[in-house]
Design a protein around this ligand. Structure first.
Ligand SMILES: C[S@@+](CC[C@H](N)C(=O)[O-])C[C@H]1O[C@@H](n2cnc3c(N)ncnc32)[C@H](O)[C@@H]1O
Length: 253
């Protein structure tokens, strides 16, 4: 089955200026009072969650497994008139493709759970290797603790309207016995009240629990660990209710 990341045009279908503004506000709040000028996003995709921070004067670098997502990210960066250093890389080996360190290394867009929990530990170690002394590590993720408790399966999203076309998105989530999950993603495209095209994708995830992630940060000697909703404006974080959260932590000396 096709991957959505081969179709960055569809991935970006819900991009809006208002979303970029909220994302910028998120980073402004998060970085306030912290000395952060350089950021690396190890799962940058098309840049939806990190390109807006270039408006704060941050020098952004990015890596991703998907060349197609990266080339769309480059197009968007060019349009904004900013230069972003982009590299193709699996985040499990990302420290091999950058020979410098950053004030903050992030993984955005619930991307870590694309690999199993052991590989998430490995990835956080790889990210840590690229964080400067006293720098920061950050990631966001869906609240898998909540997902696994509720086991909701069907998700119907608001339609997107483009000229005379309406695009509908439905997701159905399968929970497997080996603790992995499949997101079945169906887009339908309609004109004049009739569906004339469908695009179907599947994504495999490995749910990860908050306590496991916090344990890795402590094992890496991170302090000042903050857990907040994504975006942070949706605060405060509630383990039972928040659907998507982010974690920011400071590297020990
Ligand atoms: C949900 S998208 C998030 C993209 C972007 N951060 C955003 O928020 O729009 C997940 C991204 O993770 C990337 N990805 C998945 N597995 C990866 C891996 N092992 N190493 C690096 N990137 C990976 C995918 O190619 C995709 O671009």
């Amino acid at each position: 089955m096709a991957s959505l990341y081969d179709r960055p045009d569809l991935y970006d279908l819900t991009d809006k200026e208002s979303k970029d503004k909220i994302t910028l506000g998120h980073w402004e709040t998060l970085f306030k009072g912290k000395n952060i000028q350089t950021v690396l996003d190890v799962s940058i995709g098309t840049g939806g969650l990190t390109l807006p921070m270039t408006d704060m004067g941050i020098a952004l670098s990015g890596a991703d497994l998907s060349e197609k997502m990266l080339s769309r990210c480059k197009e968007k960066a060019d349009k904004k008139g900013v230069r972003v250093d982009l590299r193709v890389s699996d985040f499990r080996r990302v420290s091999e493709v950058f020979d410098r360190k950053f004030d903050c290394v992030v993984s955005t867009g619930n991307s870590l759970p694309y690999v199993n929990n052991a590989d998430i530990r490995n990835t956080l170690h790889q990210m840590d290797a690229l964080v400067k002394e006293n720098g920061y590590l950050y990631f966001d993720t869906r609240n898998w603790d909540k997902i696994l408790k509720e086991k909701q399966r069907f998700f119907l999203y608001n339609p997107v309207f483009k000229e005379d076309e309406r695009v509908n998105l439905i997701q159905v989530w399968d929970y497997h016995e080996d603790a992995s999950m499949t997101f079945n993603i169906l887009y339908t495209f309609e004109k004049e009240g009739k569906i004339y095209r469908r695009e179907e994708f599947t994504e495999r995830y490995f749910p990860v629990k908050l306590d496991f992630l916090l344990g890795i940060l402590r094992e890496l000697n991170y302090t000042d660990i903050e857990i907040m909703p994504l975006p942070v404006q949706f605060g405060p974080f509630d383990r039972e209710k928040t659907n998507w959260y982010c974690v920011m932590a400071k590297k020990g000396a």
